[in-house]
Design a protein around this ligand. Structure first.
Ligand code: SAH
Length: 230
């Protein structure tokens, strides 16, 4: 944003700037045109200042529908991917939701407007810390970020009504299936590195997981284990 000093302090400041509110409203309009119809999702997108989740050098692009680089060499998903995913998750206010791959925390913050409890894990301690500070700045007290290996899920806080994964996996680990309630929904990008992947919605029935392809995606693979540095 022109004329604003760079730095973390600026990132943390609340964002009631009128041009920012306009930019967010324009983003919501564009998501509606792209087919996002769920009002609660659009309202959540409108309420979350994405700028707060970005390094200062990318503030001017905060409300463009693009993927952007964040700390630890990771990326924040595009608002349309966040919105389509949130819509397909069919979240209700009483749901407990687990997000695997916190990244900036932006998607977690959007989801925290849709449901009672969001738990999010990232393999980088730095990303979990930054996300926690952002949630505190926004007074979002129903979302908790922690460092952890997403392949393990988060057994101590489960089972979950919804699980959403933000990095790709070749197949769904058993831990996630076990931590999902019957009737629960899991959305994850499935595929191999450097190849086209599919965003898949799984529904846990009595005996099997049914799978439905939502859209093609291209994202980084979920990496094994917690990061030793950062
Ligand atoms: N939804 C995020 C984007 C996340 S990008 C946002 O809104 O910003 C994918 C994230 O998955 C990265 O932050 C990466 O560190 C994390 N990740 C990769 N492997 C992981 C693992 N095994 N456990 C937890 N997080 C992991």
């Amino acid at each position: 944003m022109a004329g604003t000093p760079p730095g973390e302090e600026q990132t943390m400041r609340s964002s009631a700037l009128p041009d920012e509110a306009e930019a967010r409203a324009a983003l919501v309009l564009s998501l509606r045109r792209q087919g996002v119809g769920a009002r609660d999702v659009l309202s959540a997108i409108e309420r979350v200042p994405r700028r707060l989740f970005l390094p200062a050098r990318h503030h001017s692009l905060a409300y463009e529908d693009v993927t952007l680089p964040i700390e630890c060499g990771q990326t924040v998903s595009s608002p349309s991917l966040v919105a389509f995913t949130a819509q397909a998750l069919d979240v209700s206010p009483e749901h407990a939701l687990l997000e695997i791959g916190t990244g900036s925390g932006y998607q977690s913050a959007v989801l925290a407007h849709l449901t009672e409890r969001v738990e999010t894990v990232d393999r980088f301690a730095t990303l979990a810390d930054l996300a926690r500070r952002r949630f505190a700045a926004l007074k979002l007290d129903n979302v908790t970020a922690r460092q952890g290996d997403g392949f393990e899920g988060l057994k101590q806080k489960g089972p979950f009504d919804r699980i959403v994964v933000t990095a790709a996996i070749p197949s769904v680990p058993d831990n996630w299936v076990q931590q999902l309630k019957p009737g629960g929904i899991l959305i994850a990008p499935v595929g191999q590195s450097m190849q086209p992947q599919s965003l898949i919605r799984f529904v846990k029935t009595e005996s099997v997981m049914t799978a439905e392809t939502l859209m093609p995606v291209r994202t980084v693979m979920l990496q094994p284990g917690v990061a030793q540095r950062l």
